[in-house]
Design a binder for this molecule. Structure first.
Ligand code: HSE
Length: 428
């Protein structure tokens, strides 16, 4: 039996659930893996708070003490702050200790530096819990799909916004009330702006792109739009046309040979009713992977909450502990021959609605603007009142630059009274 002693930084919702799971599963894990896990040290901010499940003797308010302790083989970082966590993880890796973290903001900003540091020090840095909670996406990408020519990954990777959009779609829920409910249920980030403005999904998109495509991409490279602008009317319009609105993180590899371009973005997106991602409701997450050999693959599960996230952390702890026991460490692949695609070159199908004068020739004039900017119309719906007409277009694939030029020109036309909603659409 190999004993692996864990030093835990942070004892919040996920840290507490992790200790609970280790206590519950310790005997089974030992029987299945030959590894005996114990939590020997825990660093917390406030030593006066009651900490169920751990004895006072293991508690300290000094993270460095935990990292350097002789009775800590493995460090689990569940604090969340970027700069402090970067420093602590750096200390642990330099000391040759493997680290498990769920810190998506840190990895999305400084992932490559930390992966390199881990490799230089022959230590593991594992981060399954940083993306889509309990869904084993990182390990799937790094192991099972290492030989797969992945072309695109589309993820519902934020439970809060999926919960909110599902309730707004199915029950006509009010935005503010349903956000408060998501906070109450523990799905939302400490500052829920990170959820609703898409920054949580943006960080996850950067991590997915880094791991799937070996490209050095940070959250700043990922254009982001959240769900705060999604209205009940948009949801109803999408539904009438056969779509549901989901906040999607999309990363894709463009081109047929190296050097590839990697495109990553986060937008509320219209997903056809018959697409598997359309069925993902409530706080669940799902990741839909398209590849040249596997065709289509979807992973589905809980992306937020204490025990689901702790489950992913525990899987990493066991994996890192096995590495320690066997003296092997895994490395992230070296940088691939790829670079980040400029956001304006990214392509998608689009939905655009307009309010225009209901007069002869207006439709032809508007359609002409799409054509003049190289945007091909796939379908169009119109409803006229005699004075004003609403038009809803869905395009074929077009670039962000071409759709922006189309909108700019439409905005300048006297016959166009209002340019309404713009959505990316999953479609041909
Ligand atoms: N706030 C996140 C979510 C938690 O709603 O999915 C997991 O990152």
């Amino acid at each position: 039996m190999q004993s692996v002693r864990i030093g835990l930084l942070g004892f919040g919702t996920v840290g507490g659930s992790l200790v609970e799971l280790i206590t519950e599963q310790r005997t089974d894990i030992a029987a299945l893996t030959g590894i005996d896990l114990t939590v020997t040290r825990v660093a917390v901010n406030d030593l006066t708070k009651p900490r169920p499940g751990i004895g006072d003797a293991v508690l300290t308010d000094q993270a460095s003490e935990v990292i350097q302790a002789d009775d800590v083989d493995l460090v689990v970082e569940l604090v969340g702050a970027v700069d402090l966590a970067r420093d602590w993880i750096g200390q642990a890796l330099r000391a040759g200790k493997s680290v498990v973290t769920g810190n998506k903001a840190l990895l999305a900003a400084h992932g490559r530096e930390l992966f390199d540091l881990a490799a230089e020090n022959s230590a593991e840095l594992l981060f399954e819990a940083s993306v889509a909670g309990a869904i084993p996406l990182m390990r799937t990408l790094q192991k099972s799909l290492r030989g797969e020519p992945i072309t695109r990954i589309m993820g519902i990777v934020n439970g809060t916004t999926n919960y909110m959009l599902s309730a707004m779609t199915e029950d006509g829920a009010n935005y503010a009330e349903i956000l408060a409910e998501a906070q109450r249920l523990g799905y939302a980030e400490a500052d829920p702006t990170a959820d609703v403005e898409g920054h949580d999904a943006q960080a996850k998109a950067a991590i997915i792109a880094t791991v799937a495509f070996g490209v050095s991409i940070t959250a700043d490279d990922v254009p982001v739009e959240g769900i705060s602008g999604v209205t009940a009317a948009d949801i109803a319009n999408a539904s009438r046309l056969g779509y549901v609105i989901k906040l999607l993180a999309v990363v894709e590899r463009v081109g047929t040979e190296a050097p590839y371009e990697i495109s990553a973005r986060v937008n509320p997106t219209m997903v056809p009713f018959d697409h598997p991602l359309a069925t993902v409701r409530g706080s669940f997450n799902a990741v839909f992977i398209e590849g040249g050999a596997l065709d289509e693959l979807m992973l589905y599960g809980r992306g937020a909450g204490g025990r689901p996230t702790a489950s992913a952390v525990l899987g990493d702890v066991i994996e890192a502990a096995s590495g320690i026991a066997q003296g092997t460490v895994r490395r992230l692949p070296a940088l691939a021959d790829a670079h980040v695609r400029p956001p304006e070159a990214a392509t998608s199908a689009f939905y655009l609605d307009l309010a225009v004068d209901d007069s002869p020739g207006v439709l032809a004039e508007v359609a002409g603007v799409f054509g003049a900017n190289g945007v091909s119309i796939r379908s169009m719906e119109q409803e006229g009142t005699g004075t004003e007409a609403s038009l809803a277009f869905i395009t074929h694939q077009a670039s962000e630059a071409d759709i922006a030029a189309t909108i700019e020109k439409l905005t300048s036309l006297p016959s166009v009274n209002r340019v309404g909603a713009l959505y990316r659409v999953i479609g041909p």
